[in-house]
Ligand binder design. Structure first.
Ligand SMILES: CC(C)(COP(=O)(O)OP(=O)(O)OC[C@H]1O[C@@H](n2cnc3c(N)ncnc32)[C@H](O)[C@@H]1OP(=O)(O)O)[C@@H](O)C(=O)NCCC(=O)NCCS
Length: 220
């Protein structure tokens, strides 16, 4: 090839990142968790306690412990959200809790997000995390930290990076479960400053169904 014929390699234009779209036909609604959701939340979380290293808890959490946690987060005004099916089955939950107990950390929270195994990989995690970020902003929080196991939590890492979380550190061997050492990846997201609420009623419910998305395609 002559030098004059040489063309630099073409690079495809960068695509703006879009959150994963919910799978067609997979209908759910995201709302604030209620005390009656606690047994389902506990069941979902304990599945991962018993069967995975995505959480370093080793003993299933009791209903009593969940009730105490729920009351504590409610007192602080920290959001606890659930995604429910049209028949009101809890498909997953997401919450934020204090990052550190010292008062100077009061605007910084750590998040948790867990779905029923059958509800994973369909875009629900993205929708739930998006709602959790909005609810945290509305609650006046400033920073969300995600601490993710460095083993077996690829979906969680992808999910958080998609939502704009930035990796800020890794620690090796800080966890131990199922006879093996585990590390963590820490990611951080800085929230936008809180704006005054227009209507308290408008913030609590967000219907996420395919028909809703079709009728409002611009609401990404
Ligand atoms: C982590 C979790 C909440 C993600 O929710 P989800 O609904 O499965 O994820 P989504 O379908 O919204 O996909 C989000 C991103 O993760 C990616 N992803 C999904 N499953 C994945 C997997 N098994 N491996 C790698 N990436 C995966 C998706 O491709 C998508 O990225 P993209 O938009 O770049 O394509 C869910 O899988 C879950 O509950 N997992 C078990 C519990 C858990 O790990 N909780 C987090 C503890 S830190």
């Amino acid at each position: 090839m002559l030098e004059s014929e040489y063309q630099p390699r073409r690079r495809p234009p960068r695509q703006p990142l879009q959150p994963a779209e919910p799978e067609p036909g997979f209908a759910f609604e995201i709302r604030r968790a209620r005390p009656e959701d606690i047994p389902d939340i506990r069941e979902i979380y304990n599945h991962y306690v018993t069967n995975s290293v995505v959480t370093f808890d080793e003993k299933p959490m009791t209903i009593r412990a969940w009730k105490a946690k729920f009351a504590f987060l409610k007192k602080l005004g920290h959001p606890v959200l659930v995604a429910v099916s049209p028949s009101e089955q809890v498909l997953g939950y997401a919450l934020v809790q204090p990052w550190r107990p010292r008062s100077g950390y009061r605007f910084t929270v750590e998040n948790a997000i867990y779905l029923r195994p059958a509800s994973t990989g369909k875009g629900l995690g993205s929708a739930l995390l998006e709602s959790l970020i909005s609810a945290s902003q509305e609650a006046g929080l400033k920073t969300i930290i995600a601490v993710i196991s460095d083993s077996g939590a690829e979906a969680s890492l992808a999910l958080h990076e998609r939502a704009g979380f930035i990796e800020v550190g890794r620690m090796g061997g800080v966890g131990y479960k199922f006879n093996r050492s585990l590390g963590t990846v820490t990611l951080q997201k800085t929230l936008k400053p809180n704006r005054p609420r227009k209507s308290p009623a408008s913030e609590t419910k967000k219907r996420r169904t395919l028909s809703w998305r079709r009728s409002k395609p611009s609401d990404a």
